[in-house]
Design a protein around this ligand. Structure first.
Ligand code: PLP
Length: 403
């Protein structure tokens, strides 16, 4: 059977793609030929990889591979059901207990992804009479969860605690509950959310405090406990979301908090109720990863060493790495801001041709006029690899008229 060409019913999609092509922001997926590493092959070309979230090199750590293989041998490849029907394996419970102990909270629930953890939690703990106060740069999964909850959404200016307070005051006398939510680390700018101050604000106004720590898990705080630990705010944050997909190296998301919160999510969070749980290999991998955060803290130290070195070199070379037109990065995520979408995508492609994988990010992932190359350092990049990447970035910027 030949594949059907797009029929008129979907012609509007073709029109959108044609528009992207005209703007120069259409992309093809880059395909990884080997494993996620500091140097690897995409589309058959060897590149220094500045695009992955594999902060600590755990995607391919030998102990994690072994854990996944051992669990597969012992328990098979699938869990066979959603958690609430028959798909809760002992290893799922072990992982939740492990994370709760690591984070110093009563309980934890693991979701299939960070996206579903956010969306499933925000949408279930609030209803239409409630209010959500959300940082303007919060992740899409928070925005989707907020929309699904039907609560009234108020957006505060990026990291602007005074603005958040203004909005809280406006709704103070309304009967609904109030939830304040911020990313711990903002994924496109690499700046850190004012978690401590927002938590204090929530205390004063009796609001629920929630933090999405996807890019802070394994990166910030003691042994990578996250931004809430970094700000010593564990007792003041009601809902801590983390991901198992980035520094932890595998896949999944989790919510940490009180026993009651977690029990409630077991009963009401729709991705938990209606989507099958992780394969045992994934749960086993994550358990091994949390052990490593404790036993190999030097990975996190190396990550930060590389981060400060790389940032300084980029800044000294004269790039806008945030701080001028966008927030200043304070984490291993360092954007190179170019502004124009087409120019950014062209630069990214030129870098790739020269041997550096650094993804161009344009509208709608970031707002119009804020297009950028996003770089991410890892603990596994060697100094010669970093220097080589810097040479390529600088020389390509010069030939492209960016520097
Ligand atoms: C990546 C990310 C998520 C989603 O996590 P996944 O586990 O990849 O689904 C959620 N929030 C933020 C801020 C992120 O950067």
């Amino acid at each position: 059977m030949p594949f059907a060409a797009t029929r008129p019913q979907l012609a509007h999609l073709t029109a959108v793609m044609d528009d992207l092509k005209a703007r120069g922001t259409y992309f093809k997926l880059r395909v990884l030929d080997d494993e996620q590493g500091p140097v690897c092959h995409y589309d058959g070309r060897e590149v220094i990889n500045l695009a992955s979230n594999n902060y600590l090199g755990l995607c391919n750590h030998p102990k994690l591979r072994e854990a996944a293989i051992a669990a597969t041998r012992k328990y098979g490849v699938g869990s066979g059901a959603v958690r609430t029907i028959a798909g809760t394996m002992r290893i799922h419970m072990e992982l939740e207990e492990k994370i709760a102990a690591f984070k110093g909270v009563e309980a934890c629930v693991v979701f299939q992804s960070g996206f579903s953890a956010n969306a499933g939690t925000v949408s279930s703990i609030l209803g239409k009479e409630d209010f959500i106060l959300s940082d303007e740069l919060n992740h899409a999964s928070i925005i989707d969860g907020a929309r699904l909850s039907k609560a009234k959404i108020k957006v505060f200016r990026h990291k602007d605690v005074a603005h958040a307070e203004e909005l809280l005051k406006e709704v103070q006398n309304e009967p609904g509950r109030k939830l304040v939510i911020t990313d711990g680390v903002f994924s496109m700018d690499g700046d850190i959310g004012p978690v401590g101050e927002l938590a204090d604000l929530c205390e004063r106004y009796g609001a629920i405090m929630m933090v999405d720590d996807a890019h802070a898990s394994g990166v910030l705080g003691r042994n990578g406990r996250g931004s809430v630990d970094h700000f010593h705010a564990t007792s003041k944050v009601d809902v801590q979301v983390g991901t198992l997909s980035k520094a932890i190296g595998a896949l999944g998301g989790y919510v940490c908090g009180s026993r009651d919160l977690i029990d409630f999510l077991y009963h009401r969070a729709r991705p938990f109720l209606f989507s099958t749980s992780h394969p045992p290999s994934v749960a086993a991998t994550c358990i091994a990863a949390f052990d490593l955060l404790e036993s190999e803290p030097e990975r996190i130290a190396r990550l930060w060493d590389n981060t400060w070195y790389f940032k300084k070199q980029l800044t000294d070379a004269g790039f806008d790495v945030g701080g001028k037109t966008t927030p200043a990065s304070e984490t291993p995520i360092t954007p190179i801001i170019l502004g124009d979408g087409r120019r950014t995508m062209d630069f990214s492609r030129a870098l790739f041709d020269q041997g550096v994988m650094a993804t161009g990010i344009a509208f709608p992932t970031v707002s119009e006029g804020k297009a950028r190359i996003r770089t991410i350092m890892t603990s596994e990049h060697t100094r010669p690899q970093i220097d080589r990447a810097l040479d390529i970035i600088v020389s390509t910027a010069k030939t492209s008229g960016i520097l």
